[in-house]
Design a protein around this ligand. Structure first.
Ligand code: FAD
Length: 390
């Protein structure tokens, strides 16, 4: 990791949430000399099987890479990332059409959420200024006393901690934000799409070979719904079906294995032969909701700040939620250099600069759902060569 010349500060900092943004933020803060304690409600993911044996992957793009470069961990991540140079659209009759993401060699990258989180936690653990506390759920934040009520999820015992300065990186349903919501003039909204998503898998071929082009983000656009697939390092693809909760064509309408099989064969005929576990996965994997969270302010009296999904959870269609959370870390770090020691100004400037970008990203993410499920299949938008599927 690079060793920039910051005036060391030993002020202890507390982070709630050791996910992607919390672990990256800890690295940024620790290198300034702060003692950083991360409290994460889940067990240490490095000693767990990935959730239900699945590998969930995310698209990492430029703003995310810049944040990783800022603390010199880009090479660790690049080793486990796959470049995606284009979209590959699968039509209902099996034709493939490609759209490049940019000029030659420009790409977004498919990375495993779990792998990325493990890498960042390894780096955090190796840092002498960072302590990691797993199985620690924050139940309540007392903003006046600067106290946290925590539950140890292994023993179910609760205890109280005092914080000096608090960073809420505890995701879309943030407990830290929950406390701020009860303060004067705090704006908050959440809105759900009428669509849910389910994760499924395209398995690896013989000898771990990818059965689809591994340099593409695959989309099966079907107008009112779609399926996408991103490659994993082991030759498989993680697929996500974005689908209405209710209606004629919906999760509610697919009740039996026969209905699921018939539906997939009709609308995703080229994918079905690559999905031998479709029926058990469809039955067992949860249907998850898609929420946009907006709030303001993001900070409280220069003592508490929300970062990442805790302040701006967006729907995943623009592939920018994590990237935006990583960019938060870059911007906060720049402000800490600019206004060294003046936390009030740092937090005030942080929310002022980031809020318009976060709002724009939230809007673009909803807009891009229409684009991906519908317009990418529209011939007017097909700018790239069209080829017959093999
Ligand atoms: P989280 O990842 O939610 O982490 C929060 C952490 O806090 C968790 O570890 C949680 O256990 C912990 N926590 C929560 N509450 C407490 C508590 N009370 N006490 C202690 N700990 C707590 N983004 C992209 O950039 N690219 C993509 O391709 C992409 N694809 C996505 C696909 C889907 C289907 C979804 C749902 C999201 C996608 N995103 C993507 C968004 C991305 O997952 C989030 O923006 C990102 O995970 C936010 O990171 P975070 O650390 O802020 O929050």
């Amino acid at each position: 990791m690079s060793a920039p010349a910051f005036a060391a500060s030993s002020e202890p900092l507390t982070i709630i949430g050791g996910g992607l943004v919390g672990s990256l933020l800890a690295l940024y803060l620790a290198r300034r000399g702060h003692q950083v304690a991360i409290y994460e409600r889940r067990p240490d993911p490095r000693y767990q099987e990935a959730a239900e044996g699945r590998s969930i992957n995310l698209a990492l793009s430029d703003r995310g890479w810049r944040a990783l470069e800022g603390i010199g961990v880009q090479d660790d991540v690049r080793r486990v990332a796959l470049p995606l140079y284009k979209r590959a659209m699968h039509s209902i009759d099996g034709q493939l059409t490609y759209q490049a993401y940019g000029r030659e060699n420009q790409a977004i990258y498919s990375v495993s959420r779990d792998g990325l989180n493990r890498t960042l936690l390894d780096l955090a653990e190796a840092h002498p200024n960072i302590t990691l506390h797993f199985n620690q759920r924050c139940l309540e934040v007392d903003l006046h006393q600067r106290q946290l009520t925590m539950r140890d999820t292994t023993t179910q015992q609760t205890h109280v901690l005092t914080y000096h300065r608090l960073f809420g990186t505890d995701g879309a349903f943030s407990a830290v934000r929950g406390a701020m919501q009860k303060t004067e003039r705090f704006n908050y909204s959440q809105s759900y799409l009428e669509y849910g998503y389910k994760e499924l898998q395209i398995v690896a071929g013989t000898a771990g070979k990818w059965q689809l082009d591994k340099e593409a983000l695959h989309i099966w656009p079907r107008g009112q719904y779609m399926m996408i697939a991103l490659p994993n390092l082991d030759g498989s693809f993680n697929c996500t079906l974005f689908f209405p909760y209710e209606g004629e064509t919906s999760f509610a309408a697919l009740q039996t294995p026969a209905q699921v099989q018939a539906f997939f064969e009709r609308v995703f005929p080229d994918a079905v032969p690559l999905m031998p576990n479709l029926l058990p996965e469809f039955a067992q994997h949860p249907t998850s909701s898609l929420v946009t969270v907006r709030c303001y302010p993001w900070s409280y009296q220069g003592e508490v700040v929300l970062i990442g999904d805790a302040s701006h959870a967006i729907v995943p269609f623009y592939g920018q939620g994590m990237n935006a959370g990583f960019e938060d870390c870059t911007v906060l770090d720049q402000l800490l250099t600019e206004f060294a020691g003046d936390w009030d100004t740092v937090f005030a400037e942080f929310q002022r600069r980031r809020k318009p970008d976060a709002d724009a990203m939230a809007d673009l993410a909803v807009y891009n759902f229409q684009e991906m499920r519908d317009r990418v299949a529209d011939p007017r938008f097909l700018l790239q060569k069209k080829i017959e599927s093999k």
